[in-house]
Design a binder for this molecule. Structure first.
Ligand code: NAD
Length: 292
């Protein structure tokens, strides 16, 4: 018998992920702050709960997909939160991208209530969520990972246990470093190519076939070409993630000389009011610096 799922946080990522579980035959009861997104869950065969407590009470597996550490803490702790209301023996899988320390602390607090926890952040963007081909980087106990595996395999394609609690978040932080630096490199190349008068689609086509090719370039080249910065993945969230990787790297004494510059550029875009745009809007920053 399939485990009963509670899903907290039905945003850009959470909605299509929860729908993939519904398509696979799971019962999903959800809660999120926006009414239209709760209604969407109901239309797709899920059950809209009126509170977190209501959503998690009967669940075998509870999944959270909220913006950042403060929201994970808000949904986990407190009288209406997950830990007060989940049944003992439930498994909590937090798929949000948060600080590794928050995941470690959550696992400890939940263990006192008989609730097992995995950190399981994802990469692959909205398209990866819709198509169920996410990379899912997991931290926690092996036995809990095995228990979560069928659910995670329904949401993603590359599902890997990376180590103890917090490890999934550490790997996700590295992922966000690579993605941001890669977007910035592509954006700088785009401005350089256009200012040089080279045909951009032709250039990006041939670049994509060589060593400069990347998932970032393939996925974001239309955003660059059409200056379409509809999210996708918001600058605000990438700013949060650059903060996470900067702190985590400082804690272990790892230098991020280029990462620090790109973190600064992401922060600068946000300060200029572009926090709601897709992270491919790093192109805007390069254009401004280039007098465009
Ligand atoms: P989003 O803002 O679209 O969705 C977040 C959802 O969380 C919202 O629907 C909101 O209602 C819900 N929420 C917030 N606080 C809540 C609370 N107290 N109770 C109940 N629900 C609450 O964000 P998203 O783009 O779906 O991102 C979610 C997480 O996934 C973030 O940590 C992000 O960094 C990560 N992520 C996003 C992408 C992407 O491409 N968008 C890719 C990989 C990882």
């Amino acid at each position: 018998k399939l485990p009963k799922i509670a899903w907290i946080g039905l945003g850009i990522m959470g909605s299509p992920m929860a729908e993939n579980l519904l398509k696979a035959g799971y019962q999903v009861t959800g809660f999120t702050l926006e009414k239209d997104k709760l209604d969407r869950l109901g239309r797709n065969g899920g059950t809209a709960a009126s509170s977190i407590a209501d959503a998690v009470r009967e669940a075998d597996v509870i999944i959270t997909m909220v913006p950042a550490s403060p929201q994970v803490e808000a949904v986990a702790y407190g009288p209406d939160g997950i830990l007060e209301n989940a049944r003992s023996g439930a498994l909590l899988i937090d798929m949000s991208s948060i600080t590794p320390q928050t995941s470690v602390d959550l696992a400890k607090a939940a263990a006192d209530k008989g609730v097992a926890v995995l950190d399981a952040p994802v990469s692959g963007g909205e398209a990866g969520a819709v198509e169920a081909v996410l990379s899912i980087m997991v931290g926690g106990e092996e036995a809990d990972f095995e228990r979560a595996r069928p659910v995670l395999d329904t949401l993603g394609k590359t599902v890997v246990l990376c180590g103890p609690h917090g490890s999934g978040q550490t790997v996700k932080a590295a992922n966000q470093l690579i993605v941001a630096v890669n977007i910035e490199a592509c954006a700088e190349a785009v401005v350089f190519l256009e200012k040089s008068g080279v045909d951009l689609p032709a250039a990006l086509d041939v670049l994509g076939g060589g060593l400069a090719g990347s998932t970032v370039l393939a996925r974001k080249k239309d955003n660059f070409a059409h200056r379409d910065f509809t999210p996708g993945f918001r600058i605000d969230l990438h700013h949060k993630d650059m903060g996470i990787v900067s702190d985590a790297a400082r804690n272990v004494g790892a230098a991020l000389p280029v990462g620090a510059v790109v973190a600064n550029l992401v922060g600068s875009l946000r300060a200029q009011g572009d926090g709601g745009l897709d992270h491919s809007a790093l192109l805007r920053g390069v254009e401004r610096l280039s007098g465009q």
